[in-house]
Design a protein around this ligand. Sequence first.
Ligand code: OSB
Ligand code: MG
Length: 377
Amino acid sequence: MKLKKISLYHARLKLKVPFTTSFGTQDNIDRLFIALTDEKGNTGWAEIPTLNEPAYKAESDFPAVVTSLTNFVIPSLKTYQKTKGNIDSLDKLQASYQWIKGANFAKYGVEAAFWHLLSLRKKQPLYRLFGGSKKTIVSGVSIGGQNLTDVLTRAEMAVGMGFKRIKVKIWPGFDLEPIKALRKKYPSLLIQVDGNSAYNLTNWKALQKLDQYNLLLIEQPLSDADLLDHSQISTKLKTPICLDESIHSLDDARYAIKLWQDNKNLKRLIINIKPPRVGGFANSIAIAKLANKHKVKTWVGGMLDSGWGKYMNLCFNSRPELSLPGDHFSPTGEYFKTDVLNQPLTHTNGSYDFSQDVRIDSAKIKKLSKNLLNIQL
Ligand code: OSB
Ligand code: MG
């Protein structure tokens, strides 16, 4: 196998309804799609779930990802094939850009397109290639409402569609109120919250008031650099802490496990595995395995992805280690007004099964996008 060509597409995706988190409201999103073509003419696709600004994480914004790919990652693929031989395995692919520090979203894009290419060449379903075995994937939905009315409306839609788990975006001053109201209305619904780094050591104690509502987890209240502080506040909370922004690699997962272990509090650690945040699916699989070895629960988070990003995550979620419901749907069906699949992903009461014929529709991507770059490798 030889990589022959890589193309980048800039899509402007419009959300059906705005999505609010502690770091802002998303509406129209600049997205990057990657097409990777081999010597036989097969093309693997990936969506890099960029947001417009680096407010979620460094190097997750569209301009940073384009810069990393154009200046460093893609030239590295080219140089590797010229000097060391064809990139015909994941190991070689990773080795080609291993010297680049950071750029996890950019690396994810190339790696995810490569996995898709492998599944086309081997004529093997992607979930099998990822080592998946579960045929049914349980999903929840993430609610990014601007105020209490918004949150309650979206929760009602989600529950009406049969979802058994919701995740609610919170921030200082908007935490107790939505959770109290939701728990009153839905005594047995699985509910979790996500602070997206909005709390600090001065105001985190507001989260102790959430302990009485039987939440599944509190996701990333503190900043992404505060692994140590997360582990310490976790000893003063009954609800488990789930790390999102703090985990960029297998090493980060190892550090977290060690810190919670040292505090004899490992049962209160959960990890949200987002393949783009950790530089791809191979790293994601390694993190899932390590966490599972320590009985730390994991799940697959989303990034307001189109159907293609969601589908890839569903395939990864088929691995047995991932035990909690992932974010693979939205209460309004697909997140975007126009999507990129041959047909929408469907679920039954929040469960997805792999009998659906899911294909990416490259014509739809091309129609939505500006072709930024085509490079012969
Ligand atoms: O923290 O999980 C997050 C969206 C953008 C940035 C960060 C996050 C999210 C979500 C979206 O919660 C969840 C989804 O895609 O369904
Ligand atoms: Mg999160």
